[in-house]
Write a protein that binds this ligand. Structure first.
Ligand SMILES: *[C@@H]1O[C@H](CO)[C@@H](O)[C@H](O)[C@H]1NC(C)=O
Ligand SMILES: *[C@@H]1O[C@H](CO)[C@@H](O)[C@H](O)[C@H]1NC(C)=O
Ligand SMILES: *[C@@H]1O[C@H](CO)[C@@H](O)[C@H](O)[C@H]1NC(C)=O
Ligand SMILES: *[C@@H]1O[C@H](CO)[C@@H](O)[C@H](O)[C@H]1NC(C)=O
Ligand SMILES: *[C@@H]1O[C@H](CO)[C@@H](O)[C@H](O)[C@H]1NC(C)=O
Ligand SMILES: *[C@@H]1O[C@H](CO)[C@@H](O)[C@H](O)[C@H]1NC(C)=O
Ligand SMILES: *[C@@H]1O[C@H](CO)[C@@H](O)[C@H](O)[C@H]1NC(C)=O
Ligand SMILES: *[C@@H]1O[C@H](CO)[C@@H](O)[C@H](O)[C@H]1NC(C)=O
Length: 902
């Protein structure tokens, strides 16, 4: 019986001992510290219950609280939020009672939200604090200078510690933090701290300095002494705007291993001194405005693992630069002016994973030798270099690429067979590589695994596509501008959203592609109608270009209902017919409607007014009838291009048209419009303005200007401003307000029945390059003001009833082709052969003409007088006569233009 008893008592002894032990640990949590922590907790809004363990006596066991093993005091408070989406503690108060944690060495509140309060001053009183992390805490206000009292601090991370509206006044307090090794101030607003460098220069032990994206615009060009030359290893000044050359003293910080100056506004040449940083393993000088030859000294940066110098204007021979950098893992030199040929030393870079030389002038021939040892290469981008890639058809690469861009390299004519061994490619861009022949069958197989983007456009690849494209992950496929033929594939990968097959020789009908979003099939030989297939393309079709095919039939009624995401619809240059269905009005997101060169008929559906986002409307060369209803000016406020040319529209041009604030191209030519030109036509704001600010690229467009049809490619149209009302039945006078359209480059009012005089105000159309008023009933003299249109290079006034002397001088001097004026019996003077003094009628015109000249003369005299008699008297005269004032301002503009042109 004794045994169990003894056993029990020894068991209870053990339990007792255990309990006792536990009690000593519990007593390690000092009640003052516990109270302080509870005070702290009381000021926190803890939505996610992260502090739920903060109950009971033993605060050392609480989440995020760590006590010293021997002293039992709280030494660390780590409330770092590791959940990037949320899980934040929200600080509402912070009580100075926290100072009871007098042994605190580490305080980490990073990624929580204190946007209601300021960084408490009392934090500066934690005498033993060695680590303070307030990264991304969103405190309000500035940084308390008392942080300067933390003389034991080794690590201070204040990156993004302040709310974006807060800024920092000065960094003088930093100078007392003599033990500091790691300082991160990234994301703060230091715009008002021009002397930042002298403050950080007080820190002799500094190893890491991060000041990325702090709005700095000053950096000293020279310094007398740098305190941290032998300690600093990491310097990050990226995302600032120094607008300065690279300071030479950077080369004195020889301990640097990591230098990041990305996107910081540095310009000029890279100083030789950079070569002194022989310990560098990371150098980023990308996206600055550096130029000139890369210094020879850079070859000494042999330890570099990452070299980023993309987006500058650097020149130099690549072979020289890279000779020794055998440790490189990432080399990004894209978008510079490097030349020379690809160094064969690259073959030794056995750790290279990313090689990006896109957009340089590197030439030469690249062969297997260059790739021999590049077993880790993942990214190869040589696009836009005049480089020839000459690799044997049986070569098996030592690497597995993920990203290949060889656009515009000389790669063909044979399809690169070595790609068949690349089974992990995600993006393959081989546009414009001079590849000819047919696509190898294996391509469809490697693609079936990993590829998401494939671009083979602008080659001479022929053959048929398989009826089912089996790429399992393909999202983007560009095969445009090749020689593909035969029917379109009927089955597409369900992942595919962008398919560009334009400019090939595809035939047959449109298949049903239910999932695509952007489809370009222009310039093929497709036929058949839309109706059977298009309405089943329900996967959110946004962009559809079917132009220049042989498609026919009507636009199906269902189109507007099933394709409501459509914003670009191009059906131009086909054989479509019938009316535009009223369901077009359901396409409320439509930007671009191109229906030119078809056989559409009927009136425009009233529902078109619901397409309030419409920017581009081209209905030219169809058989539309009816009038333009006035609502068009009220509803389609975004219109930039309105082209109704060569239809049978009639009725008056509604004055509401002048409300189009963005209209740049107005082409109503070759219709049957009657009545007069709207009196307020001069209100068209964009045509009034001489600036070009259009950010939208439209469809190609032809504009009839300078007597010929000029073809504008996609984006060049933003430079054109044109109004063509020719060949209608317009009557009445040309409104004077037209002179306000100072930005208009092309005005064609020919072949109408316009009467009256050419308004004097036409001289205000300063940008005019082409003016055609021929074949009307205009009379009176040609206004002198025409001679100040300095850009005018095409003029046609033939077949009117104009009379009097043809103005001479300035721009008109160059327009000396008599055909400009022919068919006006009463015009005289050069370039016509008729002298101006042969009969009475011209005499009258000459008087009128001389009166005009005398107006100008008086105007110039008053100008001279003005300068002689003083500014105000001159202005007085100007105010006397409205026309003079007008002329004065025109004159000033002209002088300005003249100076500019000179
Ligand atoms: C803040 O601390 C003071 C003493 O320092 C105390 O009296 C007060 O109750 C505390 N406030 C809160 C909300 O805990
Ligand atoms: C501060 O905390 C963040 C995450 O909360 C961490 O990423 C960062 O490295 C810390 N800073 C330092 C200097 O340790
Ligand atoms: C930084 O602060 C200054 C005021 O000191 C302010 O003018 C500037 O807009 C702020 N910059 C940013 C990016 O908020
Ligand atoms: C270097 O640091 C020491 C100690 O912080 C300071 O006294 C001295 O002024 C600093 N030198 C310069 C040039 O800032
Ligand atoms: C940088 O180094 C050069 C030569 O090594 C020396 O003459 C110069 O004084 C140094 N500059 C600074 C600021 O330390
Ligand atoms: C490649 O990297 C490994 C470590 O990942 C290193 O041991 C080796 O020396 C490097 N090779 C070259 C040529 O730099
Ligand atoms: C590839 O590596 C081997 C072994 O290190 C070396 O002999 C050869 O020269 C290297 N090739 C190139 C092109 O540098
Ligand atoms: C005046 O000139 C016009 C045009 O040249 C001519 O038709 C007309 O006969 C002339 N009249 C006289 C009186 O010479």
């Amino acid at each position: 019986m004794g045994f169990p008893l003894r056993f029990l008592s020894s068991l209870s002894l053990c339990l007792l001992a255990l309990l006792l032990h536990r009690a000593t640990v519990t007593s390690g949590c000092f009640s003052m510290e516990r109270e302080a922590l509870l005070d702290f907790k009381a000021g926190i809004h803890d939505t996610y219950n992260r502090l739920s363990s903060w109950v009971g006596q033993d605060c050392c066991a609480w989440e995020g609280v760590i006590c010293g093993a021997t002293t039992g005091h709280v030494v660390m408070l780590d409330l770092r939020n590791t959940n990037i989406y949320d899980w934040k503690l929200r600080g509402e108060r912070m009580n100075s009672s926290l100072l009871a944690l007098s042994h605190l060495e580490r305080l980490d509140l990073s990624f929580n939200d204190f946007s209601g309060i300021r960084i408490p001053e009392f934090i500066g009183s934690f005498k033993k604090l060695r680590y303070l992390n307030l990264s991304s805490t969103n405190f309000m206000g500035g940084i308390p200078a008392r942080l300067g009292n933390l003389s034991s601090l080794h690590v201070l991370d204040l990156s993004d510690a302040l709310h974006f509206t807060s800024h920092v006044d000065n960094l003088h307090w930093l100078s007392h933090l003599t033990s500091l090794k790691h300082l991160d101030l990234s994301g703060l607003n230091l715009t008002d701290v021009p002397d930042w460098f002298s403050s950080v220069n007080m820190l002799p032990s500094l190893q890491v300095l991060s000041m990325s994206s702090v709005g700095l615009d000053t950096i000293p060009a020279s310094v007398v002494h740098i305190n941290f030359t032998s300690s600093l290893t990491v310097l990050d000044l990226s995302y600032n705007h120094f607008d300065s050359t690279l300071p030479k003293w950077l080369g004195n910080i020889t301990s640097l291993t990591h230098l990041d100056l990305f996107y910081s506004g540095f310009y000029g040449v890279i100083p030789d001194a950079i070569g002194d940083l022989g310990s560098l393993t990371f150098l980023d000088l990308g996206d600055n405005q550096l130029e000139g030859t890369v210094p020879r000294s850079m070859v000494d940066l042999r330890r570099l693992k990452e070299l980023h110098m993309q987006g500058n204007r650097l020149t130099g021979n690549l072979s020289d630069l890279l000779e020794q950098m055998t440790n490189l893992i990432i080399l990004d030199l894209q978008s510079n002016l490097f030349n020379g040929s690809m160094p064969s030393s690259v073959g030794k870079f056995s750790n290279l994973t990313e090689l990006n030389l896109a957009g340089n002038s590197v030439g030469g021939v690249l062969s297997e030798v260059h790739f021999e040892n590049l077993t880790r290469l993942r990214l190869l981008d040589l696009s836009g270099n005049p480089i020839t890639i000459s690799i044997g058809q049986s070569w098996v690469p030592p690497f597995q690429l993920r990203y290949v861009d060889l656009t515009k390299c000389q790669l063909g004519p044979q399809f690169p067979e070595w790609l068949q061994f690349q089974t992990q490619i995600e993006k393959l861009y081989l546009a414009d590589c001079k590849i000819a022949g047919t696509m190898p069958a294996w391509l469809w197989n490697i693609s079936s695994s990993t590829i998401t983007a494939l671009d083979l456009s602008n080659n001479q690849i022929g053959g048929k596509l398989p009826s089912s494209l089996k790429f399992t992950k393909l999202v983007i496929l560009y095969l445009d501008s090749n020689r593909f033929e035969g029917p379109l594939p009927t089955m597409l990968p369900s992942t595919l959203d962008t398919l560009f097959l334009s400019n090939n020789s595809f035939t047959g009908q449109l298949p049903i592609w239910p999932d695509v979003q952007s489809v370009a099939l222009s310039d093929n030989m497709l036929d058949g109608g839309l109706s059977s297939s298009i309405c089943q393309w329900t996967g959110g079709l946004e962009y559809l270009d079917l132009s220049n095919n042989k498609l026919l039939g009507e636009i199906p009624y269902c189109l507007g209902k099933s394709l409501q995401n459509l914003y670009i619809l191009n059906l131009g240059k086909n054989h479509f017919s019938g009316e535009i269905p009223h369901t077009i009005g359901f396409l409320s997101g439509l930007w671009h409607l191109q229906l030119k060169n078809n056989s559409f008929s009927g009136e425009l559906p009233l529902s078109l007014k619901n397409c309030i986002g419409l920017r581009f409307l081209d209905l030219a060369q169809n058989n539309f009838v009816g009038s333009i209803t006035p609502w068009i000016g009220d509803n389609l406020q975004q219109l930039v291009v309105l082209r109704l040319r060569s239809n049978m529209f009639s009725g008056v041009i509604p004055w509401q048209l002048a409300r189009f604030e963005k209209l740049q191209i107005l082409d109503l030519a070759n219709n049957n419009f009657s009545g007069s030109i709207p009196h307020n036509i001069g209100n068209l704001s964009t045509m009034r303005s001489t600036s070009q600010y259009n950010d939208f690229c439209y469809d190609e467009l032809d504009v009839f200007t300078k007597g010929q049809d000029l073809y504008y490619l996609k984006c060049s149209i933003k430079l054109m401003k044109s109004m063509d009302l020719s060949n209608n039945s317009l009557t009445g006078e040309i409104p004077k307000g037209i002179g306000d359209l100072a930005g208009l480059k092309n005005l064609n009012l020919s072949r109408n029945y316009l009467q009256g005089k050419i308004p004097w105000e036409i001289g205000g159309m300063k940008s005019l390059e082409s003016l055609d008023l021929s074949i009307n009933d205009l009379s009176g003299s040609i206004p002198e003001s025409l001679s100040v249109l300095y850009s005018l290079s095409y003029l046609n006034l033939s077949y009117n009833n104009l009379s009097g002397r043809i103005p001479t001088g300035r721009q008109l001097q160059t327009l000396n082709d008599p055909s400009i004026y022919m068919g006006n019996a009463d015009l005289c003077g050069p370039p016509t052969s008729k002298s101006c003094f042969d009969n009475k009628t011209t005499q009258i015109d000459i008087q009128e003409h001389e009166k005009e000249i005398s107006d100008w003369l008086w105007f110039y005299i008053s100008l001279v007088l003005g300068f002689v008699m003083g500014f105000w008297i001159f202005f007085g005269i100007l105010f006397l006569k409205d026309a003079w004032r007008h002329a004065y301002f025109h004159f000033i503009d002209d002088v300005y233009d003249w100076v500019w042109v000179q």
